[in-house]
Design a protein around this ligand. Structure first.
Ligand code: ZN
Length: 577
């Protein structure tokens, strides 16, 4: 049914796309205010792939809609074998479009980019291959409207931010609630791109810049790759764009005040596509065009920025690959990892910012003072950009993690990430560090389908535990090392515990009746002097406790084997050595 529908569209749209010798996009075939629909984009790429043998379009897996996720490749030597690309040392760029379907600049820019690459209108260096997601959020793209980007200046119609499940896909790279994110993550592990680019449109302040660039936080990316990206690659991109008349500026991460006093770099934890890519030593970029600029200008800027990425990646391929290879080797010896990052407000870089003077005037709605930007008063000034972050919540890497069978939602996500796991062949007692959860906070309302936990305290107890055949042992000595630590440590802000995957352990399943347990508890304090002493000390220290019989029974229960061990124990265990 779907295929037939596509075929009909393909036939129907072909005359519109072919004018003379060139295939043109709906964007070009309009007053530059039309963005391609999902069907138009896919049909267009099918025409391209049928016409030019350096382009291929393939389905890579399911989405939350009825339609599969497509990938479009450009390969100058007409080979579409990922393993051969890697063997040949190609620079692989993965470009994602329409993750927020209301921000379609990349969808239209990449349609022109790939056509111009295919026809050799633009030269793609031979060491580059491109993998482009034409439309990532298909459900959002099908939910077409003209209003949901209330502050955005075109196109006339666009998709919606939420996907078919109303999820923000750019928060889904760790929890993988959507099939889109699962499919893309599996594909990313297979493709292993050197560079990941995720095209967006900004919100927030008004200023002169058409294109802003959010870069995955360089200290967090770390190693030689983080340093090379920040010190060399990003300045190269800025310089190349400048030659084409674009003054880039870091993503203006300031939503409450005017940006003329500078701002802090956006922090992208691994729930974001860029933050996720950084777990795999991939340089990641999030171009954010300015939402108040005309659509034509935004698409043109996105097109030019993609070209700059291609040019600089080709010219500096050796440095990029060397930094990444070195980091990957060092990763296996790396002991200490930070789970969170905080801005260092003592360090900043002065950057040129082209803004508009801001002021306040009475609101015609409320009569209260309202912010406005005066475009008749442009300015350029140096502002501080706080882009140095320091790691916090440091943990040491274990030798391996153990996950008991049954936690299939987690095991499944590890498999999506290509994690190597070994099943225990026979029942085994192992000395492991077991994390017992203490205090934590939980959001009062759902965030992206979850009651996210934060500020998670736990006590790790080294103890012998019985594991059974079929439980999983996961050595960290694999490329997924950093992903494993940031997903499996119980207090990791984007880990599986935080995202509710282990909430079942937070509820106690068994308890006791006081009148029966009285006799058992009496026997325990008779036979176990240590517990008797602890009870006496607690009674002395806490007069309310001393007057509460039920509390004392509970105290004994919790200090003996009667208390169920799995309650409050995060079922991810560390083998320390
Ligand atoms: Zn966005």
């Amino acid at each position: 049914m779907q295929k037939k529908y596509h075929f009909i569209l393909y036939i129907f749209l072909l005359p519109f796309f072919t004018q003379g010798q060139s295939i043109i996009t709906p964007f070009e075939n309009s007053d530059s205010e039309a963005s391609a629909t999902y069907f138009e984009a896919i049909s267009y790429y099918k025409v391209l792939a049928n016409t030019y043998n350096n382009i291929s379009i393939q389905d890579i897996g399911p989405t939350d809609t009825d339609y599969p996720l497509s990938i479009v490749y450009y390969s100058g030597d007409k080979s579409f074998d990922i393993n051969k690309w890697k063997a040949d040392g190609k620079m692989i760029l993965l470009i994602n479009n329409g993750i927020h379907a209301g921000e379609p600049d990349g969808i239209d820019a990449c349609m022109m980019l790939l056509r111009d690459a295919a026809t050799a209108k633009i030269k793609i260096p031979s060491n580059i291959v491109l993998a482009v997601v034409p439309v990532f959020n298909i459900g959002g793209c099908l939910n077409r409207n003209s209003y949901s980007r209330a502050n955005q200046n075109g196109p006339k119609e666009y998709g919606f931010r939420g996907n078919a499940q109303n999820l923000d896909l750019n928060r889904d790279f760790m929890k993988l609630d959507s099939k889109e994110a699962r499919t893309l993550v599996q594909f990313m592990r297979k493709l292993d791109p050197n560079i990941f680019i995720d095209n967006h449109v900004s919100d927030g302040a008004d200023y002169q810049h058409i294109m802003t660039l959010l870069v995955t936080q360089h200290n967090k990316l770390g190693g030689e790759t983080g340093k090379y990206m920040n010190d060399s690659f990003v300045p190269l991109i800025y310089a190349d764009m400048k030659k084409k008349g674009y003054d880039l500026v870091p993503y203006v991460n300031d939503f409450n005040a005017t940006p003329d006093k500078g701002w802090r770099e956006f922090y992208d934890p691994p729930r974001f596509g860029s933050g996720y890519a950084a777990l795999w030593q991939t340089m990641a970029f999030v171009p954010e065009t300015h939402m108040l600029k005309p659509y034509r200008q935004r698409v043109a800027a996105t097109y030019q920025l993609m070209r700059s990425f291609i040019k600089m990646a080709a010219e500096h391929a050796d440095e990029i690959k060397a930094a990444r290879n070195n980091d990957r080797k060092k990763l296996q010896d790396k002991k200490e990892f930070a789970l969170s990052w905080q801005v260092d407000t003592t360090k900043y870089t002065m950057i040129p910012f082209k803004g508009y003077e801001a002021g306040y005037k009475p609101s015609k709605v409320s009569g209260l003072p309202r912010l406005y930007y005066d475009r008749r008063k442009p300015y350029t000034k140096q502002v501080p950009f706080y882009n140095h972050f320091t790691g916090t919540q440091k943990v040491t890497a274990p030798k391996a993690y153990v996950i008991q069978q049954g936690w299939n939602d987690v095991i499944d996500r590890l498999k999506c990430n290509g994690v190597h796991m070994q099943k225990l062949e026979r029942d085994t007692v192992m000395y492991v560090m077991a994390p017992y959860i203490g205090n934590f906070q939980t959001l009062p309302k759902p965030y992206e389908k979850h009651y996210l936990h934060s500020k998670i305290d736990y006590i790790g107890l080294l103890e012998p535990l019985q594991f059974i055949a079929g439980d999983y042992i996961i050595s960290v000595n694999q490329p997924a090392k950093r992903y494993l630590i940031e997903s499996l440590e119980p207090n990791a802000p984007d880990g599986f515990f935080a995202w509710n995957f282990f909430d079942a352990v937070l509820q106690q399943k068994e308890y006791f009746s006081d009148y029966v347990f009285e006799d058992t508890a009496a026997r325990i304090i008779e036979r176990v002097p240590g517990i008797k002493k602890m009870l006496e000390e607690k009674n002395k220290a806490d007069t309310n406790f001393a007057k509460n019989g039920a509390a004392q029974l509970d105290f004994i229960y919790r200090h003996t084997q009667y208390c169920e061990p799995v309650n409050m124990r995060c079922p991810v265990f560390r083998i320390e050595y």
